[in-house]
Design a protein. Structure first.
Length: 153
């Protein structure tokens, strides 16, 4: 993933909320985030559908969620289960914190059903569109994060 860049104004904010749960508590309304808080990343990945997606994405940095006064996250969390309706991946917290909840791609708002999209430096098929939940988990060294996933294939 390229370094994050701040900037450009856009009215592309999502009209959905993402619930933080597990070792976290809070809800982030994507349309309530100041446009200046959105970050720009350049990332390309192979979707689970087989389509290649790439370009310039703008979204809410997952790491910025930790600094919000209305969100409480247990510092013992080791993984984040990023979930949408019928689909979820479980990634190490460091990976999640390097990601964004994207609301636009290449300067265009993502379609409502696809936003926000979790975009991070992950393997093929491990991004999530239409994110509705970030579940913060503490997994032991013998636990397999894939047991917390719902990939639908």
């Amino acid at each position: 993933m390229q370094p994050h860049e701040r900037g450009e104004h856009s009215d592309s904010a999502s009209r959905v909320a993402v619930r933080l749960c597990g070792l976290a508590d809070g809800t982030v309304a994507c349309d309530a985030v100041d446009d200046a808080a959105l970050e720009r990343v350049e990332e390309e990945f192979l979707c689970a559908s087989g389509e290649r997606w790439g370009g310039v994405w703008r979204g809410i940095p997952v790491a910025a969620l930790l600094d919000r006064p209305d969100v409480d996250i247990d510092p013992e969390a080791t993984h984040v289960r990023v979930g949408a309706d019928g689909y979820a991946v479980c990634v190490p917290i460091r990976t999640a914190l390097n990601g964004v909840l994207a609301v636009e791609r290449n300067g265009e708002p993502l379609p409502p059903a696809r936003r926000p999209r979790f975009v991070a430096p992950v393997e093929a098929g491990r991004t999530v569109r239409g994110v509705r939940e970030l579940r913060f988990l503490r997994l032991g060294p013998d636990e397999d994060p894939q047991e917390y996933e719902e990939l639908g294939y």
